[in-house]
Design a protein around this ligand. Structure first.
Ligand SMILES: [Fe+2]
Length: 250
């Protein structure tokens, strides 16, 4: 897939143009945890949404300052299909293991009892860690990574899984400088604003590039398991979807 072609195609499309109307069976989701869970699962698996902005607002100014002065510490990540993409692991196996744990288990570097914890690097980012604990709606974490995309950098169009799915984790924009673009297959460009926390459809082809002259600083946060989505955080997702769809079902 040619990256230029991918962006040119998606630039013609309104973001989330294909995301579905809420089926009637979910309209009373607030009355029942079971219906809320079904609605949540439908949003993730069946709604064909490119990205969903969560209804969370926070002050990111101190985090942006903390990350901006230390982003040079980030190390290269997944250089086989990207350029200028770098990472600092704040929570995971250790600060230099930027990939999912099974990769290191498969290589025989760690065994599968290895635990993910706050890394040595995390202690240099106290404002960021405090922000995560206050604003990210997970009780526990697997990997949390600061992701830097340098000027001129890009991530080639790819799918992380083979079916439509709003990803296991959350993507947070701390900066999104002019010239940075994130396209999702047939879903246009994501209208990122600094401070946005989004679920991304990682089952559709997606690609990021930085045509500007400042580094783009985002963060990826994953819960350990699907089960770690509490009722409260599933409710947040349902509420956020309704907000996105406006009053279509009224
Ligand atoms: Fe991805």
């Amino acid at each position: 897939m040619d990256i230029e072609e991918f962006f040119n195609h998606n630039k013609q499309i309104k973001h989330n143009a294909l995301s579905k109307t809420i089926p009637d069976e979910f309209l009373l989701w607030e009355n029942s945890p079971e219906v809320c869970r079904s609605f949540f699962n439908w949003i993730r698996q069946d709604s064909d949404t490119g990205s969903l902005k969560l209804d969370i607002t926070s002050d990111i100014s101190e985090v942006v300052a903390e990350l901006s002065r230390a982003e040079f510490l980030a190390i290269p990540h997944r250089t086989d299909n990207s350029q200028g993409w770098r990472s600092i692991v704040l929570h995971g196996l250790c600060s230099i293991m930027t990939e999912a744990p099974y990769n290191y288990v498969n290589l025989g570097i760690v065994d599968n009892t290895a635990k993910e914890t706050w890394t040595d690097a995390s202690k240099f980012f106290p404002k960021t860690v405090a922000w995560i604990k206050e604003n990210i709606p997970f009780k526990q974490f697997s990997r949390i990574r600061v992701m830097v995309l340098d000027p001129g950098g890009y991530i080639m169009p790819h799918q992380d899984i083979q079916r439509s799915f709003l990803g296991g984790g959350l993507n947070v924009a701390f900066t999104n400088p002019p010239g940075t673009e994130f396209a999702v297959e047939d879903n246009g460009l994501i209208p990122w604003e600094p401070g946005d926390i989004r679920m991304i459809n990682i089952g559709k082809l997606h690609s990021v590039r930085n045509l500007g002259n400042q580094p783009r600083i985002h963060m990826l946060v994953y819960p350990p398991l699907m089960e770690e989505w509490t009722l409260e955080s599933m409710q947040l997702v349902c509420r956020s979807y309704i907000k996105m769809k406006g009053n279509e079902n009224d």
